[in-house]
Design a protein around this ligand. Sequence first.
Ligand SMILES: C[S@@+](CC[C@H](N)C(=O)[O-])C[C@H]1O[C@@H](n2cnc3c(N)ncnc32)[C@H](O)[C@@H]1O
Length: 287
Amino acid sequence: MLKVSPSPTLYYNDRSLNSMRPSYNRDNVFLNEEHRRIFETTKYIPGWQMEADSYKLYELGYYAGDVILEIGTYGGRSAVIELRGALSNPDRLGPPQFFGVDVDRKSIRRTFYTLNRFGVLENAFLFHGTLYRFVHRYQISPTMVFMDANHRYEDIVEDIRRLTTILPAGVPVLFHDFLNPENDTGEYGVRRAVTEWENDGYGTFIGAFGCSALFVSGQRCCGNGNSLSRDEFDQSRHRLFRSYKLMEKKGDKTIIVPEEKRIWSFHDDISLLSRIKTRILHMLRPR
Ligand SMILES: C[S@@+](CC[C@H](N)C(=O)[O-])C[C@H]1O[C@@H](n2cnc3c(N)ncnc32)[C@H](O)[C@@H]1O
């Protein structure tokens, strides 16, 4: 952990200018060579990122990535970037803790193996379920947040409401798809939900980057959760990973279940089966 996770220091008011710019005072735009190359390094991981999104996530991880909370992990692309940023800060006194929440079991599995391939799995805790259920079970105090789950207005309102209960003041929160044109048609409700949260005094807009908008949580956010000790973090994540059949006990060790040897689970493929059923019913439909 850093002694204190710093809040961003550079604010940009223009909501349409979305180029890559730093949010913390420093001499160079890029923090290091890995930052400069992070988009290229991670672009083959499944996910949706503009270059400026990736640069911002790395920067936030570097400065504020002690306890990272991400809603919507999909394939682990953003998770890898945040963790690589957090791990690259030489002033960080302890290992960063990443908490990823996703309602899709396949996303959890995909993210798990991506994080393993990129050597950052031991800093990661993945939770299968909603933010509501996560917050109910774990009292964490995030130092940075990436919101990138469902884009429907009602779902985002619900996630933001949950987030606000645990969020302390001064924390950077990056909302993906805030600039997505689908917000204009109403198909996406990110901009509307986040702007309402802002107008209610919970956050201050501090810049647009790629497809995302960065806010810093305001004084109305008064979450005061704890951080998990290293042991609690490890024990809880191992327990969850075993229950997801991604890890297993071998003697007194917990080891990763190899990706290719993983036991087929009906649960994982239920959505595929239901898609096949829909297709068959569609083909059999009288015309
Ligand atoms: C756009 S993808 C995330 C991409 C990822 N953040 C990245 O940049 O690499 C959205 C993810 O959100 C998940 N999701 C959808 N609704 C959710 C919800 N209500 N709570 C948590 N995750 C959700 C989906 O399963 C999907 O994996």
